[in-house]
Ligand binder design. Structure first.
Ligand SMILES: Nc1ncnc2c1ncn2[C@@H]1O[C@H](COP(=O)(O)OP(=O)(O)OP(=O)(O)O)[C@@H](O)[C@H]1O
Ligand SMILES: [Mg+2]
Length: 225
């Protein structure tokens, strides 16, 4: 499991005078459980895009173990991400018309980074554990809480070393949000993945080991909750 080390990271967007994200130095040991908080526009999604290799880093370095994402082109970043990162997007990004299990398998079918039979086995085990027994049910007929759990199962089915979630409880009521948080923390404790969660949800923040607060693209402190 790789540690994360960020040095002199600076992300700028055209039309913005100040950097959208500027981090002099940040180290997260493997297995860290980190909440990423800050006002809208403070740089949370920009941070996630940089540390998962979704966006190219042009200034500074983002090292996961021996891999500096800033040194990799898009195709190699995509391959690295498929093998190491599980991503839970804010609005699920599930594909209507496909079943729960086919949604879980789709990114792995595309990336071919991992043996599909292994992913299917892990994915089905997770869906069952999340209370989703009808693997063939089309996702658009699931409740929102169930959709969120399918998205989490998809992120975890490849048994990633790194799990990154952007507002995973934002569209859920308190109880469903707590259930998703329980699952993330339980599975993290079992598998030891590094967990990075962007969230405004105080109850989720309070359950993480460390809180990174962003304001105008800068970390305001690395304080523990
Ligand atoms: N592709 C882009 N081009 C120009 N500006 C961008 C781009 N992407 C992000 N920004 C700007 O960078 C800043 C940080 O955006 P970011 O999406 O990281 O915020 P956030 O903390 O995730 O906000 P939210 O809580 O609303 O999701 C914002 O001012 C945003 O407008
Ligand atoms: Mg965002």
């Amino acid at each position: 499991m790789p540690d994360l080390s960020v040095e002199a990271l600076c992300v700028r967007f055209p039309g913005l005078e100040a950097p959208a994200l500027e981090i002099a130095s940040l180290d997260l040991p493997a297995g860290s459980r980190v909440a990423l908080t800050g006002a809208s526009g403070s740089g949370k999604t920009t941070f996630i895009n940089a540390v998962t290799g979704l966006e190219r880093v042009r200034a500074g370095s983002v090292r996961w173990g021996g891999t500096d994402l800033a040194a990799l082109g898009e195709a190699r970043r995509d391959r690295w991400r498929a093998a190491h990162v599980g991503l839970v997007m804010q609005d699920f990004h599930l594909f209507a018309g496909l079943s729960a299990i086919d949604n879980v398998l789709l990114p792995h079918r595309l990336s071919r980074a991992l043996p599909l039979a292994d992913v299917r086995e892990t994915g089905e085990r997770l869906l069952r554990r999340f209370g989703i027994e009808r693997f063939g049910q089309r996702v658009e007929t699931l409740s929102r809480g169930q959709m969120q759990r399918v998205a989490v199962a998809r992120a975890l089915a490849g048994r990633p070393a790194i799990l990154v979630a952007d507002e995973p409880t934002a569209s859920l009521d308190a109880e469903a949000g707590r259930a998703v948080a329980d699952l993330l923390l339980e599975l993290g404790a079992e598998t030891g993945f590094t967990l990075i969660v962007a969230t405004h949800d105080p109850s989720l923040v309070s359950r993480m080991d460390r809180v990174l607060r962003l304001a105008n693209g800068r970390l305001t402190d690395g304080a523990r909750a």
